[in-house]
Structure formats: structure tokens, C-alpha cells
Design a protein around this ligand. Structure first.
Ligand SMILES: *Cc1c(COP(=O)(O)O)cnc(C)c1O
Length: 305
């Protein structure tokens, strides 16, 4: 079904790391699978298993027109021999953009709804309506965060990450962050860089920790100031940083999630956030499929990876 490639920690070398006497490694989850890349691999793994266990034939999920989750779900469902339905938010975008074309090619049945309708995506009435249209399905929520996603993202940290003092990830719904929070060790600090504007994410994380009864062994911290205006928003400094990072290390990152995290980490270096001898691990959660759509939508060139 979903078989991972081996991932490795790639250690980066840069003058600022020497200066601050810290080590920086990047966990290349972007390389874990050709199609189901990054954290989405872990979020989908046990959901697919559960769908199969329940004897479901079809996965239904929600997402935006450029969503990594939609892209990964379409591919993962196909690999698992399941049908997939993607309920796509909003209008005014190109229905043949690279993400949606890919999904369609993987056999995903795309269904477009306006924003108002989309907002009701968790309501019983809307779900009943969808059952009326599509028949029985296994539901994966927007962003893919649920019990089985947490079970999967728990597996991101392994014995190879025990040495790290700081573990950094980008945060959308927070599912990956709380999965990591489940498996950090005492003495480790988990840093989540929110890609959305606002402090609400703190409450969301608290609610997820409570819901899944997670008591982190180490310290957890949310960083909320590197959102660049909000979800999928960007500023020229961020674009410049994506180019700089790629030319410096030969690694592509994305403007929605990993770019904001990496930018934030570099800012924290400047602020001496990390004490000397810190061993920092930055998780590359993937998401590079969206870069092509970004270029087409904005006309701004960024490294594609
Ligand atoms: C979806 C995604 C995230 C956010 O994951 P959550 O579990 O929703 O917080 C982070 N990085 C990338 C590249 C993603 O695609």
C-alpha cells in the first residue's frame, strides 16, 4: 500500500550556524514517497488502513484548489485501490490547475462548492447530502487531522531524532504538531511555526492535546509571527528567502508552510533563541507540488524542487 522510502537527516552547513555554535539538520520527509509526500504520508497512512478495515470503497475529503492534502489523498487512495472524492472550496480559480489536474488523473472525483457551503463541511446535513450524491464513503476531514492522523504523525520522530534538542515543524491544522508532541522526549523542545495569522492556533492545539489525551514529555512552543499576512499569503522577503535557501543548500521549500518555518528559524538564529550546542532539527513536511500552482497563479518564479 503506502511504502515509505528511507528518509534521512541532511546536515546543513552555513556561517551563521558556526557563529551561533548550533547544528541544523533537515529531516527530508519531502522524499518519503513520490506522490504522497511529507507529513501527508503519515496523516493518511492509518486512515487508509481504517477505511479498508471498515470495508469502505471510497474516501471523501475537503480542501482548497491548491491543497497538498487533496493531491496526496488522490494519490494515496489510488494506491490503496480506493475511489476518492474531493470537495473543493470556492471558485474563481483554474479548475485545471496542476493540483486539480493531478487529482483528476489519479481518478479523484472533484466536486466544487462555494465558500458558504464549504463552511458547513462538518455539518450533519451537508454530509448527508454528500452521501445522497456519492453513496457511502470514509470521511477524512479538511487537512486530514483526526485520530488516525495523529497515530501516523507520531511515527515521524524515531531513534535517529533522539539527539535533537529542538524540533521544528510548520503548522496548519496542528495535527502534525500534536503527533510530534506525543513523541518528543524530555529535554527536547518542539517548535511549531504557524502558517496562519492569529493566536487562535494556541487554543486549537490545546484542544487537540486534550482531545487526544496527549501530555508532551518535552517543551512545546508555538511561533505565530512568521505568517506573512496569513494562510497562502506571502511577501517579497519570503520569495527572496525561498530563492536564497535553494541556492545555498540546493533544497526547495514552499511558500505556504516550510518556507515560513525556515524563514522563522533564521530569524530565531539572529535573535539568539537557540543556545550554543543546540542540535536543531527542521522537518521538511513536503508540499512542493503546490509550487507549480503558485508560479502559475502569481507569475512569480520560485524553485520548484
Ligand atoms: C499540510 C501541511 C502542513 C500542515 O500540517 P498540519 O498537520 O495541518 O498542521 C505543513 N506542511 C506541509 C508541507 C503541508 O502540506
Amino acid at each position: 500500500m503506502l511504502l515509505p522510502s528511507t528518509t534521512e537527516i541532511q546536515f546543513l552547513s552555513h556561517q551563521i550556524l558556526q557563529e551561533k555554535k548550533v547544528e541544523l539538520g533537515i529531516l527530508r520527509l519531502d522524499k518519503i514517497h513520490n506522490q504522497v509526500s511529507g507529513n501527508k504520508f503519515f496523516k493518511l497512512k492509518y486512515n487508509l488502513k481504517e477505511a479498508k478495515r471498515l470495508g469502505k470503497k471510497t474516501i471523501l475529503t475537503f480542501g482548497g484548489a491548491y491543497s497538498n492534502h487533496i493531491y496526496a489523498t488522490a494519490a494515496a487512495a489510488k494506491l490503496a485501490g480506493l475511489n476518492s472524492i474531493g470537495i473543493i472550496r470556492g471558485d474563481g480559480f483554474d479548475e485545471n490547475n496542476p493540483t486539480l489536474s493531478y487529482g483528476r488523473n489519479q481518478g479523484m472525483n472533484l466536486h466544487f462548492v462555494d465558500r458558504e457551503k464549504y463552511r458547513a463541511k462538518t455539518s450533519k446535513q451537508f454530509l448527508e447530502e454528500l452521501k445522497g450524491i456519492f453513496g457511502d464513503f470514509y470521511l477524512i476531514p479538511e487537512g486530514g487531522t483526526n485520530h488516525f492522523a495523529i497515530q501516523g504523525t507520531k511515527e515521524i520522530l524515531t531513534s535517529s531524532t533522539h539527539e535533537s534538542t529542538h524540533i521544528c515543524t510548520s503548522v496548519g491544522t496542528g495535527g502534525t504538531f500534536v503527533g510530534l508532541a506525543t513523541s518528543i522526549r524530555s529535554g527536547q523542545e518542539l517548535l511549531g511555526f504557524s502558517s496562519l495569522k492569529g493566536e487562535f492556533i494556541r487554543d486549537e492545539i490545546q484542544a487537540l492535546l486534550k482531545e487526544f489525551e496527549i501530555n508532551p514529555q518535552g517543551k512545546i512552543e508555538l511561533i505565530t509571527q512568521y505568517h506573512f499576512g496569513g494562510y497562502a499569503k506571502w511577501k517579497p522577503e519570503l520569495i527572496e528567502f525561498l530563492h536564497w535557501f535553494h541556492s545555498e543548500f540546493g533544497i526547495a521549500i514552499d511558500p505556504v508552510y516550510t518556507g515560513k518555518m525556515a524563514y522563522g528559524i533564521w530569524e530565531l538564529f539572529k535573535k539568539d533563541y537557540f543556545p550554543p550546542n543546540s542540535k536543531i532539527l527542521m522537518i521538511h513536511t513536503g508540499g512542493l507540488q503546490g509550487n507549480l500552482g503558485f508560479v502559475q497563479r502569481t507569475g512569480i518564479a520560485i524553485p520548484l524542487g
